[in-house]
Ligand binder design. Structure first.
Ligand code: GDP
Length: 195
């Protein structure tokens, strides 16, 4: 996909702030600091449009980025950040859950996981929930540049096994540093939109 224009639209705190032009939405889920902002920036060839967070877990908003007049990336708040209070965490879980269950424009969730480590309990719970709710998903293992090439498949296998990855679910290696996986991911996103 050729990105001609990418624009930050809004940090939404609730449904009344979500855009109403009906464009397809691609949501990104993952724990804080996993590399969601970096992935968005890489996909749109920008260094700094999506803010890479120096304060993980602080953003409790859905951040909308419009790509051309084709689609939105919706960056969900990072999960699993211990310093957020329990009530805060619950409130934020409810906002994400409502969005994921009710948003008609949502085409697919990109679940971002760090290739270096086995999925956390939160990663596992998130994936299991997406499967249970039958929400289309693509698993993206990022920071691949930090693992030597001959070890990447071993790490992928750990991630597949730990998540009990469904056969039909795509999983891909990604690096925001090197651009690995970028074209493949655009292809998968476009397939989902065309469905
Ligand atoms: P977010 O909290 O999920 O949005 O994570 P960020 O995009 O802010 O990334 C967190 C940190 O990981 C930053 O220091 C990034 O530079 C780094 N990072 C993200 N993706 C990659 C990657 O693919 N490779 C490497 N080497 N570092 C990455």
């Amino acid at each position: 996909m050729k990105v001609n224009q990418a624009e930050f639209i809004i940090s939404a705190v609730g449904p009344d702030q979500y855009p109403n032009d009906g464009l397809p939405e691609i949501a990104l889920a993952g724990r804080s600091n996993v590399g969601k902002s970096s992935l968005i920036n890489k996909m749109i060839n920008r260094k700094n449009l999506a803010r890479t967070s120096s304060q993980p877990g602080k953003t409790q908003t859905l951040n909308y980025y419009r790509i051309n007049t084709d689609l939105y990336f919706v960056d969900l708040p990072g999960y699993g950040y211990a310093k957020v209070s329990k009530s805060r965490r619950q409130e934020w879980g409810e906002m994400i859950e409502r969005y994921l269950l009710e948003r008609e424009q949502l085409k697919v969730v990109l679940q971002i996981i760090d290739l270096r480590h086995p999925p956390t309990k939160d990663d596992q719970a998130m994936y299991e929930w997406l499967v249970y709710e039958q929400i289309p998903r693509i698993v993206i293992t990022t920071k691949a540049d930090k693992i030597s090439k001959n070890k990447r498949n071993k790490h992928l296998k750990v991630i597949k096994d730990t998540l009990h990855l469904e056969k039909e679910d795509p999983i891909l290696l990604f690096s925001s540093e090197e651009g690995l996986g970028k074209d493949e991911l655009w292809g998968l996103i476009q397939n989902q939109i065309a469905k």
